[in-house]
Design a protein around this ligand. Structure first.
Ligand SMILES: NC(=O)c1ccc[n+]([C@@H]2O[C@H](COP(=O)([O-])OP(=O)(O)OC[C@H]3O[C@@H](n4cnc5c(N)ncnc54)[C@H](OP(=O)(O)O)[C@@H]3O)[C@@H](O)[C@H]2O)c1
Length: 267
């Protein structure tokens, strides 16, 4: 691919928005589509083409990127554009949907369309700065320049392996943040000062996960974290993830809050 390669980006949410902005800023001809049209306005002002439908978005594209909420969203959107994809097109599926849904998507695609699963670790701050970590399954060599705009590319093997590794990592992270929340509740019960506990965590093997539990620039809503542990629990028997899922879904009114809020719930 080169800077004239036509890109279609579908899904301009908290992550897709900043990722698509990087595609535009890099100078690629970009067509965008989002279910709620308001999110496309700033892209139109900056020179992107705004499509009326998923099918319109992909019709002329050489590379299509989807960054959508969950498996039902991806099924719906891919179902709406699959028949329009031209032979030789690449579909980069960046949402977190797990390998089973990636396999379903692959079955929907016409012959000659290559599917690359490229889910990401890192939140909105890293999406904006191009510092995500991408787990990339499939024959991605031809689209590496685009993937590298989003962050560091980790090649995982065949199509679906990126989605699988992402599920392993995010399930452990979400469970880990819940463990930090419980640790803070214990510290409170034992009368320990919060600063002291945070400093001790930062100097312990808990450092990375405590960093996420107390992160400030991240926005990974609890509803998406619940979706991820539920997806993980469909792939294996995971009693901890099942318990964490119950906890994450116990406060539907807080579903749009960042995952770090569960630390507050526990105290
Ligand atoms: N946020 C994070 O920190 C983070 C980090 C890594 C990975 N992820 C993963 O990346 C993906 C996107 O996350 P996000 O934070 O950008 O989510 P988000 O802000 O909720 O955006 C979701 C996007 O999906 C669209 N959508 C939802 N249901 C749809 C449907 N049925 N049909 C068509 N479009 C639909 C939304 O459209 P509307 O604008 O119309 O709602 C929006 O564009 C998720 O799989 C998430 O798990 C998120």
């Amino acid at each position: 691919m080169d800077k004239n390669t036509k890109i279609a980006f579908l899904g301009l949410g908290s992550m897709g928005g900043p990722m698509a902005r990087r595609v535009l800023a890099a100078g690629y001809p970009l067509t965008v589509w989002n279910r709620s049209p308001g999110r496309t306005e700033e892209f139109a002002k900056q020179g992107a083409t705004v499509a009326e439908s998923p099918a319109d978005a992909v019709r002329d594209a050489e590379v299509v990127v989807t960054m959508l909420a969950d498996p039902p969203a991806v099924r719906e959107v891919v179902g709406a554009f699959a028949s329009e994809l031209r032979t030789g097109t690449f579909l980069i599926e960046a949402s977190t949907i797990g390998p089973a849904a990636v396999a379903e998507v692959e079955k929907e695609l016409p012959a000659g369309v290559a599917l690359i699963d490229a889910p990401v670790m890192g939140s909105v701050d890293r999406a904006a700065s191009g510092e995500l970590s991408l787990m990339v399954g499939g024959e991605a060599d031809p689209v590496m320049p685009l993937l590298e705009l989003f962050g560091t590319v980790n090649r995982t093997g065949a199509t679906g392996t990126g989605a699988a590794l992402k599920l392993v990592l995010i399930n452990a992270v979400v469970n880990g943040v819940t463990v930090i929340a419980e640790a803070m509740a214990l510290a409170d019960a034992l009368g320990l000062p919060e600063d002291q506990v945070k400093r001790a965590m930062a100097a312990s093997p808990l450092a990375g996960i405590a960093g996420r539990a107390f992160a400030e620039g991240a926005y990974f809503p609890i509803r998406l974290a619940a979706k991820d542990v539920a997806l993980a629990a469909t792939a294996a028997s995971l009693p901890i993830a099942t318990t964490v899922h119950q906890r994450l879904t116990a406060h539907p009114e807080a579903a749009d809050e960042d995952l770090s809020q569960i630390v507050k719930w526990s105290r």
